[in-house]
Design a protein around this ligand. Structure first.
Ligand SMILES: [Zn+2]
Length: 308
């Protein structure tokens, strides 16, 4: 044990000496960037709403391809026509995230404070009972929200809320209660029935963004949202989903995650403790955090301190 401590001290001391002799710029000018877990530069999130029966097919496809999903459910709709049952929730979504979509799916922008609170807290409570897990995320029904809604849900144990305002980029959310996704599944293809020209145009937009994501060498989050029921009906939309999964699955540079896991990771990164000179960085969280300092990748294990 003593040898290990000495070895670690030596590595840090050596590093520190090199930094002092070779580094001609002050530590405070270091360029420090977040990386995703395992030092990956890309992350994929699939954010799906409503809990329809078609989720069973989507979850199976995700499991086959090793892709994780976040599923926003309306607890009062579970077990009604075309929705998964309450009994199915725990086993169906194992390995994925279950999140709030309100108890009854109203547009929250028209509701009073007490009604918004009921819709969110009641859904949280019911989903926590069904899953045996804390439920801390949300998607706004119909993408409907305003400043009053955000102010009301803040303090109800909701740590992020996804909108339907597509960003068409790979930005990391900075305001978690106004989390704008990258793009709807297949962009706006299949919105209009039997409009193949529009489908072609929108699919091109979708696959251009996916291609840019795969090619990107910068920190990039692709956050796709939709409803599994959109893949039912005419056309081979399940085949399209599988085409998309084939492009993005099983890639070493992509971290496959849920929304709440990413929130926890970003919070761990934000909570790194820096010394005044920025040469000491302590990770006080319960998860390993990966950072890039002036282009070099570092792993900060949970509880560890990095000495530069
Ligand atoms: Zn919905």
């Amino acid at each position: 044990m003593k040898n290990i401590i000495l070895l670690i001290s030596f590595v840090f001391l050596t590093h520190s000496l090199i930094a002092q002799t070779n580094n001609d710029k002050p530590s405070s000018s270091l360029r420090i960037e977040m990386l995703f877990p395992q030092g990956k530069s890309k992350a994929l999130i699939m954010s799906y709403d409503d809990g329809p029966i078609a989720d069973k097919k989507l979850v199976k496809l995700m499991n086959d391809y090793g892709i994780k999903g976040t599923f926003h459910l309306n607890s009062n709709k579970l077990g009604t026509k075309d929705y998964v049952t309450r009994e199915e929730v725990k086993s169906l979504y194992t390995g994925h995230e279950v999140s709030v979509h309100t108890a009854n799916h109203p547009g929250l922008g028209d509701l009073s404070k007490i009604d918004i609170t009921y819709q969110v807290v009641e859904d949280r409570r019911a989903l926590e009972k069904l899953t045996g897990n804390t439920v801390r995320g949300m998607a706004y029904p119909f993408g409907n929200y305003n400043d009053f809604v955000v102010e009301t849900i803040n303090g109800l144990g909701i740590e992020y809320a996804r909108t339907t305002n597509d960003s068409y980029d790979f930005s990391i959310p900075t305001d978690f209660l106004r989390w704008h996704p990258s793009i709807h599944q297949f962009a706006k293809a299949f919105y209009i029935p039997n409009d193949t020209a529009n489908d072609k145009k929108e699919l091109a937009i979708f696959y251009k963004l996916v291609g840019d994501f795969i090619k990107s060498d910068r920190l990039a989050l692709l956050d796709v949202w939709g409803h599994s029921w959109e893949n039912e009906g005419t056309g081979n939309k399940w085949g399209e989903m599988e085409n998309f999964f084939k492009l993005v699955a099983n890639r070493k540079d992509i971290h496959y995650t849920t929304q709440i896991d990413l929130v926890d990771y970003i919070n761990a990164y934000k909570n790194l403790k820096f010394s005044v000179d920025k040469n000491l960085i302590k990770n006080i969280s319960s998860m390993d955090v990966y950072i890039k300092i002036d282009g070099k990748v570092y792993k900060l294990a949970s509880g560890a301190q990095l000495v530069l």
